[in-house]
Write a protein that binds this ligand. Structure first.
Ligand code: A3D
Length: 319
C-alpha cells in the first residue's frame, strides 16, 4: 500500500515538498492549509504534471484534519516566514499559536506518524510541538541541520571549485546565528579542511567568512526575495529526512532532535547527528568535539534554552 504523506502548510515550502515527493513517488500527498484554496490549487497543479513527469501518486488539498487521518509522515511548515530585517526569533509568538493548533490536529488524527517540523524558530517550535502533541520524542524531529550543512558545503564547493559530493561536513546546534559548523570533521576529498588551510588552498579568514555566510544564509535569501524566505533547499532537506524514514535508509543526518544527556545537554531539542530509520530517530551519534566546537555548541544550546524560556512566558502550558 502507498504511504500517506501529509504536508501541513501549503505555502512556498509545502508546495515544493509536494512536488518533490510526487516526483520521487514517496507516497500519496495530502496538502493541508487553513487557506484551503491554496492547498487544493497546488495539489491539482502538481497532479496535472503527472502525465508529463510520469509519476503515479495521488495529490489532494484540504483544510480538514480528518482527510489527513493515519498519515505515515507529516511535514509541518504552517506558520509565518521572515520578512527582511526580521530574525527567526521574531516569529516566536505567532508561530507558537499556529503550532499549538497543528499539534492538536495531528495528535487526534495521526498519532503514529513520523513528524518533521520546519516552522521557525525551529528548535523551540519543534520542542513546543512535542509538548503540545505528547507524541513520542523519537517521532518528532526538526529540519535545519541538513539545510545549514548543505549551504556550508555548497559555499565551500564554489570556493574550492570542487563537486559538493566530495565534501563531507555538517552544522550542529540551534538553527540561528549560533549554529556551529563542524570544521574539525570537515573533509574535502578525504582531507581535513585544516590541512588545506596549512597547504594554503584556502585561508583561515576565507573559511571564517564562509562559516559566517552560512550562518546568515537564510537572511541573504530573505533580503533578495523581499517577500518570504528560502524554500527550494529547505524542501529538499525535509524530503531527505522523510525518505530515510519511509525507506528505512538509516542515514546519518544533522537534525533537531530531542537530546537528553548527549553532547552534555539535557531535555532540549537542537541540531545533532541522528540516524533516521523506520523507528524514527533511532540514535543520536555522539562525536568528539574540539574545545572550540564544544564551547560554541554549548553557547548555541544556551540560546535555544533562552528562547524556550521566552516561549514558556508566552504560553505557561509549555512548563
Ligand atoms: P509560507 O509560504 O507563508 O507558507 C506557510 C503556510 O502556512 C501558508 O500557506 C499559511 O496559510 C499556512 N498556515 C498558517 N497557519 C496555519 C495553520 N494554523 N494551519 C495550517 N496552515 C497554516 O511560508 P514558507 O513555506 O516559506 O515557510 C514556512 C515556515 O518555514 C516559516 O515559519 C519559515 O520561517 C520556516 N522556514 C524554516 C527553515 C528552516 O531551515 C528551519 C527554512 C526556511 C523557512
Amino acid at each position: 500500500m502507498k504511504k500517506k504523506i501529509t504536508l501541513i502548510g501549503a505555502g512556498q515550502i509545502g508546495g515544493t515538498l509536494a512536488h518533490l515527493i510526487a516526483l520521487k513517488e514517496l507516497g500519496d500527498v495530502v496538502l493541508f492549509d487553513v487557506a484551503a484554496g491554496i492547498a487544493k490549487g497546488k495539489a491539482l497543479d502538481i497532479a496535472q504534471s503527472s502525465p508529463v513527469n510520469g509519476f503515479n501518486v495521488k495529490l489532494t488539498g484540504t483544510d480538514n484534519y480528518d482527510d489527513t487521518k493515519n498519515s505515515d509522515v507529516i511535514i509541518i511548515t504552517a506558520g509565518v516566514p521572515r520578512k527582511p530585517g526580521m530574525t527567526r526569533d521574531d516569529l516566536l509568538g505567532i508561530n507558537l499559536k499556529i503550532i499549538k493548533e497543528v499539534a492538536h490536529g495531528i495528535k487526534k488524527t495521526s498519532p503514529k506518524a513520523f513528524v518533521i517540523c520546519i516552522t521557525n524558530p525551529l528548535d523551540v517550535i519543534v520542542m513546543a510541538l512535542q509538548k503540545y502533541s505528547g507524541l513520542p520524542k523519537n517521532m518528532i524531529v526538526g529540519m535545519a541541520g541538513i539545510l545549514d550543512s548543505s549551504r556550508f558545503i555548497y559555499f565551500l564547493s564554489q570556493e574550492l571549485n570542487i563537486h559538493p559530493k566530495n565534501i563531507n561536513s555538517f552544522v550542529l546546534g540551534g538553527h540561528g546565528d549560533t549554529m556551529v559548523a563542524m570544521l574539525g570533521s570537515t573533509e574535502v576529498n578525504g582531507k581535513k579542511i585544516n590541512e588545506l588551510v596549512k597547504e594554503g588552498k584556502i585561508t583561515k579568514e576565507r573559511l571564517n567568512e564562509i562559516v559566517d555566510r552560512t550562518k546568515k544564509g537564510g537572511a541573504e535569501i530573505v533580503k533578495y526575495l523581499e517577500k518570504g524566505s528560502a524554500f527550494y533547499a529547505p524542501a529538499a532537506s525535509g524530503v531527505e529526512m522523510a525518505e530515510s524514514y519511509l525507506k528505512n535508509l538509516k542515514k546519518q543526518l544533522p537534525c533537531a532532535a530531542y537530546i537528553n544527556g548527549e553532547f552534555g545537554a539535557k531535555d532540549i531539542y537542537a541540531g545533532v547527528p541522528v540516524i533516521i530509520g523506520s523507528s524514527g530517530v533511532e540514535k543520536i551519534v555522539e562525536l568528539n568535539l574540539s574545545k572550540e566546537e564544544k564551547i560554541n555548541f554549548n553557547n548555541s544550546i544556551k540560546s535555544v534554552q533562552e528562547l524556550f524560556d521566552a516561549a514558556k512566558k508566552i504560553d505557561p502550558e509549555l512548563k
